[in-house]
Design a protein around this ligand. Structure first.
Ligand code: MSP
Length: 684
């Protein structure tokens, strides 16, 4: 196996104690996309993820639960394993730091460093944060609080073992400077370099006395100590290769890793601790450590105490696995921070997926059924030479763009390039108007060209999108009659625009992505707030080709799963109303508001723009109440609004809240108060 033929990618190993959230899902989905892409391109891929199971927090949680730590870990591990199945993660191995073989490798490395006198024992005194399991210096904790988690720290003095990390400072600086791809993105590389060039790198305490922490890997040279959890955890990237690859003998060939994907908060441990550990062990350094950004949720930091932790399981159940995977990588350039909101996800699903690739497939297959007896015809003479040339250029360029994007981890650029090809094809069908060509026998050959070009583009789009949305792209290729085995490397022809598709017999099935509908500007309270539909669908087509009716689902109803997607979609059952806790309800701030003015939004029969007073402030709200009310009758009314909803744009107009109204799809009555109360009064 030559170096370029293999691809070793890792995610961080997640703390077993954590409840899996969108941050965990983000890294793992990104790694899966890379792994799937390089497998298709013929590289031998090893994709590793797993769990970090030692440390004080696990020990404490197990004690609280009255069970031994290993039982505690065994109980918790499946919540990650099950999530990965649900997210369609095709990892090659799953490591747990409590695996016997992993523990042996950690001990072997510790012994090796100890024998080389790269580990020594010394007194240590500092401020210890139990939550973060680390020491801080005097200047870090000026206010008696941990600078990281803001919890109180305690003064501890103890003997510990230290790894001579400091002596590798210059070598590490040199490595970063001479290896452009080592720390990515560029801004993070500069941060690490800046820190290394201005501060003295100290040695690293790699032990914890058993008197304080017993749940860890025992030091091979002193049974009174266990290993510091980071030294244990980082070794997983190498120890896994000893016992987890299918062919164990091939394991070592995967080192050094091509990509360690990590979040920005754990870049230092990877770039500095891990790199110097590898130097000390005489092992080569990974090719790239890529630090991605963090998700906030509706503009706020995600945290248990805020109760806004996004559960990926719920997202998959509500929106479907592929829509969620797509959104994570499409919304934010990889490497930057991003904000998660369900409203943004609905917009992206409707515009890019339901109206984009989903609709392109639907209209293309409808035309092939109608005008070519369900068989993709061979191309004839040009129908619209200029657009055909543009499509050919974009399609020919796409594989190179993809390879570049997957090499630099610019996932979003790839999705953008794919989206541009979808738009070009839509424009092509609109302008070529096959339904008109079909009426004129002289245009019969041109009609074939249009059908052929559209089908060919879809074939290439399916191959390009497969790593992002594997399940749906398998459906797409099945519907197109294109039999491709995505579990193996694809032949080069799969990425070539010229590859023929003529003669394939299509098998039109259910739409790939159901559109998600919600009420605009109003909200129905039925257990959960309903997701607003912000951006309207672009008209599917103003042509006689009626695309297959797209089932409309509400954001609280799971779309058809892949298993059922090939069968005609039955009307989804009415969604059950999940119960919410009082705490969840209290997060919604309801207030009274007095309507100061009201006017219709041009070109909308439903939307009315309101200026309302909340006593101390004035707001603009766009509400979908125009079918029920004339603007004039609204002025002066005191209504109830959701006051803490993130502002959103409806038909390009900012709405800073949501009006409450009774009714289901149709508004039947606005909520007002029985007695006149001051605007801005809290509603409970
Ligand atoms: N166990 C260590 C990693 C050891 S790797 C040898 C750890 N685990 S963790 O479970 O706390 O975090 C795992 C990852 O989740 C980190 O990469 C972190 O950046 C990521 N995220 C945690 N919250 C996040 C967001 N809100 N957004 C994106 N990623 C986030 O650290």
């Amino acid at each position: 196996m030559s170096e370029n033929d293999r691809f070793y990618i890792t995610t961080p190993i997640y703390y077993v104690n954590d409840v899996p959230h969108i941050g965990h899902a983000y890294t793992t989905v990104a790694a899966d996309i890379l792994a799937r892409y390089w497998r298709l391109r013929g590289r031998e891929v090893f994709f590793l993820t797993g769990l970090d199971e030692h440390g004080q927090k696990v020990q404490q949680a197990a004690a609280k639960a009255g069970i031994d730590p290993q039982t505690h870990c065994d109980k918790l591990a499946p919540q990650f394993e099950n999530l990965w199945k649900k997210l369609n993660i095709a990892n090659d191995a799953f490591i747990r730091t409590t695996d016997t073989q992993h523990k042996q490798v950690v001990q072997q490395y510790l012994q090796e460093l100890f024998d080389k006198q790269l580990i020594y024992k010394a007194d240590y005194s500092g401020w210890y944060c139990t939550f973060d399991e680390r020491f801080w210096t005097e200047k870090d904790v000026a206010d008696g609080l941990c600078p990281d988690c803001k919890r109180s720290v305690e003064k501890l003095s103890e003997h510990n073992y230290f790894f001579k990390m400091g002596q590798y400072q210059d070598r590490l600086i040199d490595h970063i400077k001479t290896h452009d791809r080592f720390i990515r993105p560029e801004s993070r590389r500069n941060e690490v370099l800046g820190f290394l060039q201005t501060q003295k790198l100290s040695d690293l305490s790699i032990s914890r006395p058993k008197s304080r922490l017993s749940w860890g890997i025992e030091l091979p040279f002193d049974t009174n100590y266990v290993t510091y959890v980071w030294f244990d955890a980082l070794v997983n990237y190498v120890s896994a290769l000893e016992y987890l690859p299918r062919e164990k003998s091939a394991g070592h060939d995967f080192w050094p890793a091509n990509v360690h994907l990590v979040g920005k908060d754990i870049l230092t441990t990877h770039a500095v601790y891990w790199s110097t550990m590898l130097m000390a062990l005489n092992l080569p350094l990974p090719e790239t450590i890529f630090a991605h950004g963090w998700w906030t949720v509706d503009g706020e930091k995600m945290s248990k105490s805020r109760g806004n932790v996004v559960d990926p399981n719920k997202m998959v159940e509500t929106y479907g696995v592929d829509a969620f995977r797509y959104f994570l990588l499409r919304e934010v350039p990889f490497g930057q921070d991003g904000d998660f909101s369900q409203a943004a996800m609905v917009t992206s699903i409707n515009s890019d997926l339901a109206n984009g690739i989903g609709n392109l497939l639907s209209r293309t297959l409808t035309m092939i059924e109608r005008f070519a007896d369900g068989k993709i015809p061979a191309s004839g003479p040009p129908a619209l030479p200029e657009l055909e040339e543009k499509i050919a250029q974009a399609a020919t360029q796409l594989p190179t763009t993809l390879e570049q994007g997957f090499s630099t981890l610019t996932f979003r650029d790839n999705l953008q390039a794919i989206g541009e090809l979808v738009s070009l094809c839509d424009e092509y069908i609109d302008k070529a108007a096959p339904w008109k060509l079909a009426k004129n026998p002289e245009d019969a050959l041109k009609l074939k060209t249009v059908l052929n070009h559209s089908a060919r583009a879809l074939r290439l789009l399916a191959v390009s999108l497969y790593p992002f949305m594997p399940q749906t792209m398998e459906q797409l290729t099945r519907q197109l009659g294109y039999h491709v085995d995505f579990s193996k490397a694809l032949p080069a022809s799969a990425y070539q625009w010229d590859s023929p598709v003529a003669e394939l017999t299509i098998a039109k099935g259910a739409p790939l992505f159901p559109r998600i509908e919600g009420l605009s500007g109003t909200v129905r309270i039925k257990g959960e707030l309903e997701t607003k539909l912000i951006k309207g669908a672009k008209p599917v087509s103003d042509t006689p080709i009626t695309p297959q009716p797209v089932p409309v689902i509400t954001a609280t109803t799971p779309p058809a799963t892949s298993a059922s997607a090939e069968t005609p979609a039955a009307a989804p059952p009415p969604p059950a109303s999940p119960q919410i806790t009082i705490d969840e309800f209290m997060k919604v701030q309801l207030r009274t508001a007095k309507i100061l003015s009201a006017e219709r939004v041009p070109k909308s029969e439903k939307l009315i723009k309101l200026q309302v007073s909340l006593g101390t402030e004035q707001r603009q709200i766009v509400a979908g109440i125009g079918k029920k009310y004339e603007p004039d009758v609204l002025v002066g009314k005191t209504i109830v609004i959701v006051a803490n909803l993130k502002p959103a744009k409806l038909m390009g107009i900012e709405s800073q809240g949501m009006v409450l109204a009774a009714g289901d799809t149709d508004v039947r009555g606005l909520l007002t108060t029985h007695e006149e109360v001051d605007p801005g009064t809290k509603v409970k």
